[in-house]
Design a protein around this ligand. Structure first.
Ligand SMILES: Nc1ncnc2c1ncn2[C@@H]1O[C@H](COP(=O)(O)OP(=O)(O)O)[C@@H](O)[C@H]1O
Ligand SMILES: [Mg+2]
Length: 376
């Protein structure tokens, strides 16, 4: 059976006959009836696109019938046949969305044909939109599920890894300290390596957990008015021994006019620690300078950590703040990094609504800057 695209209802048989003749050469599926209840049955069984009805019928008016159609099948496009006497009612039905268009009786063949074609096109277009919207909604739902699954997985896994790892480190240290009996030098050396690797694994897990918590918005920053210059002094003081141990300088150059800036103290301390730690790590001669400049007109403070170290290749800049990216192999006997430090810095600065960026000349040093909104 051919599918039905267009249903026409008119209680005059001869009207239906001439309409059947008019649409004889059309390719769409056509169903004509004098009985509106039969039309409803056809609608129930077919995805009908367009319903056309006469207004003046003996059992029901066209508008009443089409209103019922619209109620049950809101997607169909309805056309009403009417005389001039019903113009007001027809316009009302159009305004209510029950009828798409009306056609005056007696009709003009070409006009009627083009009206039907237009209505069919309108249906097809709307149907396409509907399926596109449905697809987008489905995709969004899928993405959301995927995101939630990844979030749960990452947070759970990194959390679950810590306990057995801690037990393992404890056991290794216990044996290494000879608390479980004497061991020889070779054994001690091997356990030392195991202990170092376990320590490194622990740092990686901590970094992943920290980064995931930031990225998945599990932790929220708590901003309060704070003295950024005071915080810089504090962090520098704590890192001074490391710099001195390497024979490099570390100094601060704070701007004189710094008032209070709103930020999360612990988080920004973490950023400063990461940046200064890197600056010391990747510098062998010269030193590290920490600057803080206030740009009152832009409403910002810019903190800079400047070093005279090995620098960063231009090609590595786009990857610099992505996690697990490490470009320089400088640490021979120092702890190896995890490549998550800068990603954490960026997540923290992002949460503050600030910016973080770097400048470098390969071979002659790097500077890392971040901005924070200034309280005016
Ligand atoms: N001050 C710096 N000078 C030179 N290279 C740097 C500096 N800071 C970061 N980098 C490069 O960026 C990489 C990523 O840094 P980071 O995310 O802190 O990871 P990690 O310190 O664990 O290696 C480093 O491995 C290094 O290659
Ligand atoms: Mg680092």
């Amino acid at each position: 059976m051919k599918k039905i695209d267009l249903v026409i209802v008119d209680d005059e048989k001869n009207v239906l006959n001439s309409l059947r003749r008019l649409f004889r050469s059309e390719t769409f599926g056509l169903f004509l009836t004098t009985d509106h209840t039969e039309a409803m049955e056809v609608l129930a069984q077919n995805p009908v696109k367009v319903v056309m009805s006469d207004q003046k019928m003996t059992k029901i008016t066209g508008i009443e019938f089409l209103r019922g159609v619209k109620d049950k099948y809101p997607e169909t496009v309805n056309i009403l046949f009417t005389g001039y006497a019903d113009l007001k009612m027809a316009t009302e039905a159009i305004n209510k969305g029950e009828v798409y268009k009306f056609i005056n009786k007696p009709w003009n063949d070409e006009e009627l044909k083009s009206a039907v074609r237009e209505a069919l096109n309108k249906y097809d277009l709307e149907e396409k939109n509907r399926s596109l919207t449905k697809n987008v909604k489905k995709q969004n739902k899928k993405l959301k599920k995927l995101y939630e699954a990844q979030k749960d997985f990452t947070l759970m896994v990194s959390h679950e890894l810590r306990t057995p790892l801690a037990a393992m480190r404890m056991a290794v240290d216990f044996v290494m300290k000879e608390s479980a009996g004497k061991i020889n030098v070779k054994q001690k050396d091997l356990l030392g390596k195991a202990s170092n690797s376990a320590g490194r694994l622990n740092r990686i897990i901590d970094d992943i957990l920290e980064f995931s918590r930031l990225e998945f918005d599990v932790i929220h920053i708590k901003v309060k008015p704070n003295r950024i210059d005071k915080l810089i002094e504090e962090v520098v003081l704590s890192q001074e021994p490391v710099a001195r141990g390497k024979g490099i300088d570390i100094k601060t150059e704070p701007d004189a006019g710094i008032g209070k800036v709103s930020f999360d103290r612990d988080r920004i301390a973490q950023v400063l620690n990461n940046l200064i730690h890197n600056a010391i790590k990747f510098t062998t001669t010269g030193g590290v300078t920490i600057k803080c400049v206030v740009d009152k007109s832009a409403g910002k403070v810019i903190v800079s950590v400047i070093d005279t170290g090995i620098g960063i290749h231009k090609e590595n800049f786009p990857k610099l703040f992505k996690k697990f990216k490490r470009f320089s192999n400088v640490s021979k006997n120092r702890e190896k990094g995890t490549g998550v430090g800068l990603a954490i810095c960026k997540a923290i600065i992002d949460q503050h609504g600030g910016k973080i960026w770097a400048e470098s000349k390969f071979g002659s040093g790097s500077s890392f800057h971040f901005s924070l909104a200034y309280d005016r």
